[in-house]
Design a protein. Structure first.
Length: 63
């Protein structure tokens, strides 16, 4: 079993997201769904901090 350091894990996640975004740019619908699933909670948290309205933040995140 390999245990990753926080920096190594961040690099791995970043590389995975980079790959997904490249696939999304090629109009890969499945890659978009995966990218959305992997980032929606972080996006929602950021949007909520900016908008300060959970309902509007949820709608904005989905858009």
């Amino acid at each position: 079993m390999t245990i990753l350091t926080p920096v190594a894990r961040l690099r791995l996640v970043t590389a995975e997201l980079d790959t997904l975004l490249r696939q999304v740019a090629r109009r890969d619908v499945d890659a978009f769904a995966t990218f959305y699933d992997q980032t929606r909670s972080r996006v929602f948290g950021l949007v909520t901090r900016v908008l300060r309205d959970p309902g509007y933040s949820e709608e904005t995140t989905q858009d």
